[in-house]
Design a protein around this ligand. Structure first.
Ligand code: ZN
Length: 424
């Protein structure tokens, strides 16, 4: 490997995000200026003095989610309402056409059947052409995801996204304005320090300077959530801070949010939603036109929506989360965070969930991967992240305090407790 005195990002033309996307390459002598120094790492003890204990309270952990869709302002609500309205109109129109056709006298219906038989080949050719156009349209809008190289469908332009994201930001700011912590608040200082460290360690990330990175802390302990907008604004709720054990875990959560924006998940999400909306309108119109009664059409629509959600929408959402976890880990590694804490964090969440007998939503019905699966997936990436961290000239990790061992013993203890209670 050729050594260079800078952290560089290597594009991968494979979807395997488990490969390190970035390589901090260094000379034997000097530390790269773009690799973050670890001098600002706050020890867990310091962290605990900054945050208000207790950590990981049941209240904090209940309903935890990163990049959740909670607290949605009215613009997305309007978009959802208009989408539902379009679908409703398609179903109503289909139903009206069916009733109109059924109400025709037998001889007039026969005319339509005869017309269909006469022009059957033309009709099928038109349908096939429209389908081919759809395939061509889809294929001509395939792009590669930055860094991971995964192929994806994009129709929304950056300008369109910026416009919508800017408006969404205004809505979120208005919604949370009364609960935003001031800049001088120690929690804001701490979160912004972690964000600055991540940015500093990832200056070579493609388009990182295209975003206006800013973290806003919302004082609401009932919301265990953090989410990012395509503008780079991260909304971090104090309820989310309560779920963290130390500043290393804060870096892991923030890097996950940064990854969503840097990978253009907003663009992808909007493109996917728009495309499926149009398909759904056509499918609904067909269901309500062709099927013999409103009852059968209603049940078929319900089944179609369920299938779309479980087969397309939720796996799509989980795929983006998994990708953000993997790339976020690399971002955290380049900024010299202790990447082993990613495993510890999600094991902690998993253990808490089990210990409190919270019944998690099965992965297949969730927008996010299961906590335990998330932890194991991140664990499989930690070796390459530690290697990247070393290449970035980060200080060596403390092997005496291994978060992986800490998390594993927590997990063993949980299993023992559950076994004693006869729950496993
Ligand atoms: Zn996320």
């Amino acid at each position: 490997m050729q050594l260079r005195a800078s952290c560089t990002v290597r594009l991968l033309l494979r979807a395997r995000a488990s490969h390190a996307f970035a390589r901090c390459q260094h000379s034997n002598s000097s530390r790269s200026s773009t690799c973050a120094s670890s001098s600002r790492i706050t020890s867990p003890l310091q962290f605990r003095t900054v945050l208000s204990p207790p950590f990981r309270t049941p209240e904090a952990l209940r309903g935890l989610s990163t990049s959740s869709r909670r607290n949605v302002p009215w613009l997305p609500i309007m978009a959802i309402v208009s989408r539902k309205a379009f679908r409703l109109v398609a179903a109503l129109a289909g139903g009206l056409i069916r009733r109109w056709y059924k109400g025709l006298p037998q001889d007039k219906r026969g005319l339509f059947v005869a017309l269909y038989r006469k022009h059957k080949n033309i009709i099928l050719a038109v349908v096939a052409s429209l389908f081919s156009l759809l395939v061509v349209f889809y294929a001509s809008h395939i792009e590669r995801t930055p860094v991971t190289g995964r192929l994806r469908f994009i129709t929304v332009t950056h300008a369109q996204l910026e416009k919508i994201a800017g408006f969404e930001l205004e809505q979120h700011l208005a919604l949370h304005s009364r609960h935003l912590l001031p800049d001088r608040d120690r929690r804001v200082v701490m979160v912004r320090r972690a964000l600055a460290k991540l940015i500093s360690g990832n200056k070579d990330f493609p388009h990182i300077n295209d975003h206006e990175w800013k973290v806003l802390v919302v004082d609401d302990h009932t919301v265990s959530n953090a989410f990012v907008l395509p503008t780079g604004h991260i909304f971090f709720f104090t309820g989310m801070l309560d779920t963290l054990e130390n500043e290393e875990q804060l870096g892991i959560v923030l890097s996950h949010e940064m990854a969503h924006t840097l990978l253009g998940h907003g663009l992808e999400n909007m493109s996917y939603t728009k495309f499926l909306d149009w398909i759904q309108i056509v499918v609904l119109a067909a269901i309500w036109t062709i099927l013999p009664s409103d009852g059968i059409a209603f049940v078929t629509t319900w089944f179609y929506n369920l299938c779309q959600q479980t087969v397309l929408d939720l796996p799509f959402s989980r795929k983006l989360e998994i990708e953000a976890d993997a790339v976020g880990l690399q971002i955290a590694a380049k900024a010299c965070f202790d990447v082993r804490e990613s495993y510890a964090y999600w094991i902690g969440m998993h253990v808490h969930e089990k210990a409190n007998e919270q019944k998690p939503v099965p992965s297949i019905f969730s927008t996010h991967p299961d906590h335990g699966d998330r932890a194991e997936r991140l664990k499989s990436l930690i070796d390459s992240a530690v290697e990247l961290r070393t290449l970035c000239n980060c200080p060596p990790l403390d092997l005496r305090k291994d978060p992986i061992k800490r998390a594993d013993s927590m997990k063993i203890h949980m299993h023992q407790q559950l076994a004693l209670q006869g729950k496993v």
